[in-house]
Design a protein around this ligand. Structure first.
Ligand code: SF4
Length: 577
């Protein structure tokens, strides 16, 4: 039996048993994986892969496509070359290609289509972004699922929730077994955090000793929650004072773990949302104390030296103007589907002389590419995965051969050689250096050294070593219409695997299942098949990840901080078609 690690963009970072010709299985002895994988990896071998390289639509040998890519790059001034990397595979070695593009003076797209807006807020308050793993959550009495649905995105958290008091804060009732569901309005999270702080303060529930010893800026935070009228706070989060007081009653005197998902921060003020939730938790002494904490998506390389984090010319990953470049190299990404304002993206990419695509699967972007290079899967190359949902690192040895595809390391090496630059070190060498820089081996498993004690138990990582409260924020969305929120789905992972066109609608609209409606936003429109969903409030539509054309509707500007996409910072209108 050999072992590897799931490469996918997911909290759980599963350890995988591999035996040639057999189904992949979860490692039983792994503290997080506990012997099972989710459907994404259970069906891994059923998903069709890109098998053949292509140049201008014609299938060619891999080396011919690689030579064509090199020729295009040689014929183009470096400042007219853009490198765009996605997160289809989260292994460390996926970043090695940046070495070539940085060295060559090309432009690298940077930013986030996921969590970095919220992550910025976490780092503002705590200095570094550490997570809560299932092993931490096991020690809590109460678990608050704040915009996170572990039944879909984090199934290896579920065993840790057993026997806990569960509180769900989500526009959608995602977990019927919860003791309390607070159906928050979309974009109401900052206001709920302030309302919780306000009521807790009125009831003198704050942890004075913790605030004095381990935090700074509480007086300013107090101003925020005391001077915003309580009626405004309740209206903006769409919850009654009784509901919020009930939540506090369930948490009072208990160890509380908050598990926060990405949906809460898909807005312009993304960083504020996480900082407000953190500030409420810190005020109550539920941050950095054993059994309690706020777990978001950690920065998975936190505490490590990343050899591929090299300075380069930059463009925004969220709203880069592709048409400004002559050659665009896209690796492990599907920007036509994943980036906001997809009609602009499609038009921009259409004007590029040569689009070069390196990836595993056929998708909207590969279909448009001039040169297509099949990528090696995680089983066919050496890599290492650091999870954003727990503190274990997983090795990914090369387990099988594939001569018809390229690893990112091979692609980078070929480019470096073609341009006469120093070639990269071996994968093994990068991986060992990375481990030594921030990990410790215990009982045969590599773990992030920052988690040797309870997260933040000894210190926060701010200059003062104290948690810094939220002091002010800017929130100015003015719009009319319905909310459109996005949630992950067990049959898809972002745009990977199973695209679909189903829109969940509130029954209050009186629409029939399977009829079609057109959604419009200031950025575009798209047509969907209707499915009534009684869990939705009357002003909210829901799309699952992978929905066709969803990004025809989304805005292309970045969050106020964190260079992230603000997918939900809009309202939509609808009409019959
Ligand atoms: S739960 Fe996540 S890490 Fe585990 S197999 Fe599924 S996608 Fe991979």
């Amino acid at each position: 039996m050999e072992y590897t690690t799931c490469p996918l963009d997911c909290f759980d970072g599963c350890s995988v048993e591999y035996e040639a010709g057999k189904k992949l299985r979860g490692e039983k002895a792994h503290p997080i994986t506990q012997g099972y994988l989710c459907p994404h990896l259970n069906h891994w071998f059923k998903h069709p892969r890109l098998e053949k390289a292509r140049v201008e639509g014609a299938e060619v040998p891999l080396h011919t496509a690689l030579e064509a890519a090199i020729t295009s790059l040689k014929e183009t001034p470096p400042h007219k070359i853009l490198f765009y990397k996605g997160s289809g595979n989260l292994g460390l070695m996926q970043g090695v290609t940046k070495l070539f593009f940085a060295k060559h003076g090309a432009v690298i797209a940077k930013g986030s289509l996921c969590d970095e807006g919220g992550g910025f807020g976490v780092e503002e308050g705590r200095g570094l972004n550490l997570t809560l793993s299932p092993l931490h959550v096991k020690e809590a009495d109460v678990v608050v699922l704040w915009g996170r649905n572990p039944t879909v995105t984090n199934t290896h958290m579920l065993p840790a929730l057993q026997g806990k008091t569960l509180i769900v804060i989500d526009p959608v009732a995602i977990m019927p077994s919860a003791q309390l569901h607070l159906p928050i309005r979309p974009r109401g999270d900052v206001y709920l955090a302030l309302l919780l702080a306000r009521i807790a303060y009125m009831e003198m529930l704050e942890d004075v000793a913790f605030i004095e010893a381990r935090t700074e800026g509480f007086e300013e935070f107090k101003e925020l929650f005391l001077w915003t009228p309580i009626r405004v706070l309740a209206e903006r989060c769409g919850l009654s004072l009784e509901e919020v007081a009930h939540m506090l009653t369930l948490m009072k005197g208990k160890k509380v773990a908050f598990l926060v998902g990405t949906g809460v921060q898909r807005y312009a003020h993304a960083h504020t949302v996480l900082r407000a939730i953190d500030s409420f938790a810190a005020m109550m002494g539920w941050l950095g104390t054993r059994g309690s904490g706020v777990g978001y998506l950690s920065q998975s390389g936190v505490g490590f030296t990343n050899p591929f984090d090299v300075p380069s010319k930059e463009a925004s990953l969220v709203n880069v103007d592709f048409s400004a470049y002559e050659v665009v190299v896209i690796q492990g990404a599907n920007p036509i589907s994943q980036m906001p304002a997809s009609s602009v993206v499609r038009t921009g990419l259409g004007k590029v002389k040569k689009v070069i695509y390196l990836g595993l699967h056929e998708n909207a972007t590969s279909a448009l590419a001039d040169i297509v290079l099949p990528a090696k899967s995680f089983l066919e190359k050496e890599d290492l995965k650091a999870s954003y949902g727990h503190h274990f690192l997983g090795r990914m040895p090369k387990l099988t051969e594939n001569q018809n595809a390229l690893s990112e390391h091979e692609f980078c090496t070929a480019l470096m050689e073609a341009f006469g630059y120093e070639t990269p070190k071996s994968e093994h060498s990068y991986i060992e250096d990375f481990l030594v820089s921030g990990a410790v081996e215990k009982k045969g498993r590599w773990q992030n050294r920052l988690y040797e004690t309870w997260p933040y138990e000894k210190t926060f990582y701010t200059p003062s070593g104290k948690f810094c409260f939220l002091e002010t924020f800017d929130d100015t969305l003015e719009a009319e219409g319905m909310w459109l929120i996005f949630a992950k789905w067990e049959r898809s992972l972002n745009s990977q695997f199973l695209p679909h066109h189903v829109l969940h609608v509130p029954p209050a609209l009186g629409l029939e299942d399977a009829q079609h409606i057109r959604l419009s936003s200031p950025y575009g429109s798209a047509i969907y098949e209707v499915k009534n969903d009684a869990r939705l409030q009357k002003d909210t539509f829901l799309l699952h990840s992978g929905a066709n054309d969803a990004n025809a509707l989304t805005p292309s500007f970045e969050t106020q901080e964190g260079h992230s996409a603000a997918y939900q910072e809009m309202h939509v209108t609808w009409e019959h078609v």
